[in-house]
Write a protein that binds this ligand. Structure first.
Ligand SMILES: [Cu+2]
Ligand SMILES: [Zn+2]
Length: 202
């Protein structure tokens, strides 16, 4: 008897997850970075789920040759203002001070610097453990990546990185594993019942 109940308790949340497949965290997001103002900054940033965390890969051109450029996730995917200030502050759900990515206590949006080569091109690979790829409390889906004119020096409140010269909204990648099948979107009858309650009591 007890065994059966345990099995049932284990199965119900799984079934609920399958029925609510659309709320599963995507495995990959992408942001296409475009110039802000009269800059020439262009490129792309991907965010992929791995066993170690979220792997951030950026490839950006049009930067100042041989310079550091602050690089962050900002709060909002709103690039409506000409200078990208409408993207808000650094994404900071943990209410931490600003810091470089090697510090445990930092904004979730603190990705450090892009380091441009002699031709103004930069690549960056970084794995972080404080963001998710959905729209949850630590989720970056629908927010923005911002490239700054100057180096992020780690100072308060936001690293003294100057103007925003490149920006892109973080959206679903076509490889995100998120595309819902037609059957997923049909509400299954009675599927909302067994979730929560049983799980909490068990
Ligand atoms: Cu920034
Ligand atoms: Zn910051």
């Amino acid at each position: 008897m007890k065994c059966r109940h345990l099995l049932l308790a284990a199965f119900l949340p799984m079934a609920a997850n399958l029925l609510h497949a659309q709320s599963v965290e995507p495995s990959k997001l992408v942001a296409i970075v475009r110039p802000v103002g009269d800059s020439k900054v262009m490129g792309s940033v991907t965010f992929e789920k791995t066993d170690e965390g979220v792997k951030v890969t950026a490839s950006i051109g049009g930067l100042t040759p041989n310079a550091h450029h602050g690089f962050h996730i900002h709060q909002f995917g709103d690039l409506g203002s000409g200078d990208a200030t409408s993207a808000g502050d650094h994404f900071n759900p943990g209410k931490h001070p600003h810091a470089m990515p090697d510090k445990e206590e930092r904004h979730a949006g603190d990705l450090g610097n892009l380091v441009a080569d002699g031709k103004g091109a930069a690549t960056l690979t970084l794995t972080v453990d404080n963001i998710t790829l959905d729209a949850g409390p630590n989720g970056i889906l629908g927010r923005a990546v911002i490239v700054h004119a100057k180096a992020d020096d780690g100072g308060q409140p936001t690293g003294n990185a100057g103007d925003r010269i490149g920006a892109g909204v973080i959206g679903l990648s076509k490889d995100s594993g998120k595309e819902p099948a037609a059957s997923d979107s049909a509400p299954a009858k009675g599927s909302s019942g067994p979730e929560g309650a049983k799980e909490e009591e068990g």
